[in-house]
Design a protein around this ligand. Sequence first.
Ligand code: ADP
Length: 830
Amino acid sequence: MKKSSQSESATLRQQAEELLSKQVEKSIGKLSEAEIYKMLHEIQVHQIELELQNKELILAKEQATTAFQKYIELYDFAPSGYYTLTGKGEILQLNLSGAKMLGKDRSQLKNWLFHLFVTDDSKQIFRLFLEKVFSGNVKESCELALLTSENLQQYIYLSGILSDNGDQCYVTATDVTERKQSESDLRTSNELNETLLQTIPFGMNIVDEKGNVLFVSEGLQQHFGAGALGKKCWELYRDNHLQCDYCPLHGGIKIGLTETYESHGILNGRIFEVSHTGMIYNGQKAMLEIFIDVTERKQAEFKLHEKEVQFRNLANSGPALIWTSGTDKLCNYFNEGWMAFTGHTLEQELGNGWAEGVHPDDFDQCLATYIAAFDRQEPFEMEYRLHHVSGEYRWILDLGTPNYNSTGEFMGYIGNCFDITERKLVEQELKTAKEHAEESDRLKSAFLANMSHEIRTPMNGILGFAELLKEPDLSGAQQQEYIRIIEKSGSRMLSIINDIVDISKIESGLMKINIGEVNVNEQIEFIYSFFKPEAENKGIILSFKNNLHSAETQITTDREKLYSILTNLVKNAIKYTKAGSIEFGVSASSTTGSVSEPGSTEQGRSVELLKFFVKDTGIGISNNRQDAIFERFIQADIADKMARQGAGLGLAISRAYVQMLGGKIWVESEEGKGSTFYFTLPFHAKQNEKKDSQKFAFTDVQVDQVRKLKILIAEDDESSNQLISIGVQKFAKEIINVKTGTEAVEACRKHSDIDLVLMDIQMPEMDGYKATQQIRQFNTDVVIIAQTAFALSGDKEKTLEAGCNDYISKPIRKDELMQLMQKYFSNMKE
Ligand code: ADP
């Protein structure tokens, strides 16, 4: 640069010197010296001026170079793209931004055609743009899309102008992609809004503060017609049912506040959800009303609600207690039946509240069943006691079923519970009955084995000694001894049979009590004298104690039963005592509970109970059997029973009698030392039975006092017939024997002078009841005495009803027969 400027200035100097020499040649000869000096001076000044100018020029040139440099930088790094293009679009020059827009290095782009970077859609636009630029001297512009290397569309704004010489044009390019995108977004958003407005379920409108309709969506226009705009909003609704009370126009529009309400019947009876929002529209306060048609939804909701009500009614209508639980295992519903059962509120039962009503003994099992089934989602069945509103626990059968929704998702459980208390009770009763039956069966088997022994023993005695009696060479004493054994065995058997009959009567509820005046002293003394010989035989001292005042000895009770109880206890005492003593007796209990002392002078006390006792020094009874011995057949159940006589019925009968008479019986005993049996009787037992008026003394009747009778014996069993015949022989002048009821009737008809008929009840052809009835039809005078084998309750009544005068049980006891003879025939003389 410096070099060239030096050569340039040298050339310039040479030109200047040549010019000067020509001018000097023309004019210098004419000039004076002064003028020449002056000219020289001028020339020197010019030279200095020129030198100064040259310096300025050099400075200006440097400044121009710097500016050009800056321009180049500005050009290159300007944010806009600059292109210099030919008329064909060939790129002559471009800046860096221009290269970047085309996605290539600047050095690669020289002489490329600009079209190559324009999208197909924009190629025509670009062609027109170039044509316009080159056809005139005005600035032209266009927008087009470029293809970038990433194949993304880039939008640019081109502005071009022709160069001065008209062979090229200068084009600036601005990236407008973002603006385009925003425009597109806006367009999309507008389209969306448009679509929304068109497709919104019902529609919307905008009204100003006075209710003038400013805007109506298409949806609403269909209903309101074309003239909706400008009308008042309340004029639009065909069914005049708009709940205008809610309309914010009343209270003034609040910008940004949305209020929603449900409106029925605004249009054609449909239901809408209407929301009002305060807004600014076209610079003024306005209200946006959005109407959403919820008719179908509401109808579906209503149907759902109706279904729910129906299911609730269903759940509440049956006897079942119903609950449901969720996936958290907690209960979330109980029907009314449940609440009525427990007496609790729903709130009390929800969650785990219900569990408090479960019986503590059943709780763990109940919870374990529920949880185990729950974890496996299996049905379950459990029984537990649930607290009932009445205060008692009742048995519940709870059937749980897993609950799945319509998509098969597990939702928890549904439980149906039933009150099975009655069933449980029946089950329990059946169980107890079964246990009883099994126990009875066991005892009865044991009893039968024992009974077989008990009956066979006296039977052996009877048959064996009867056989022996047939021996011809027997002495009188031997015969008497054998007969005594036979009698003893007979009465032992009779006692067993009586016990069996008694226990049967008690168990079948047929045992009656006969209340009457009883002298306790007499009873005790009689028993004492009766058992004294037997006790003495065993070397045991028998004694009795009577602590009653004389006024207290007469009580009202069932004499035979009292006799039977005492007899049984004393008999047992003798039986189970090897040595020592037996004492029995009675004392009185007053209301104050005091027991009178012997010889007490206390008068006028109010006695309520008599307390009897039988005390022995026998084998005693172990503690664990002191209750059991009062059960029937119990003796037979003793594994190590001693070979003593007895059917194990005595105490059971005694207890039944004591209870029937209103008392209690118990024992106090120590094994090896002895036992004391106690029983109480009310001083005045209830008169619940017809008083037995027929009392007999225990004295023998003189046969002589009875006249000789014509007697008819009706009896089918030969030996019994014979026995009775022998028994009545002393009173008879004639005995007629018949074997059936029919024969008995015939005999009576034939012999009207018969005095006495001893009528068996169980006879072939016609039984004793019927025969008696028939005889009574033609003979009311003859004395008919019924004889039955079984002393069952009701027998006596039945025979009396049939027409018999009296009753005697088989085998006929001599003393009883005597009493009857005396009663009916003693005062009659032949
Ligand atoms: P049993 O006919 O066997 O005597 P009970 O019913 O009278 O029948 O008595 C039942 C059982 O009670 C007897 O078998 C005996 O084991 C026991 N027992 C009754 N009385 C006494 C007593 N005084 N001492 C000891 N044990 C007795």
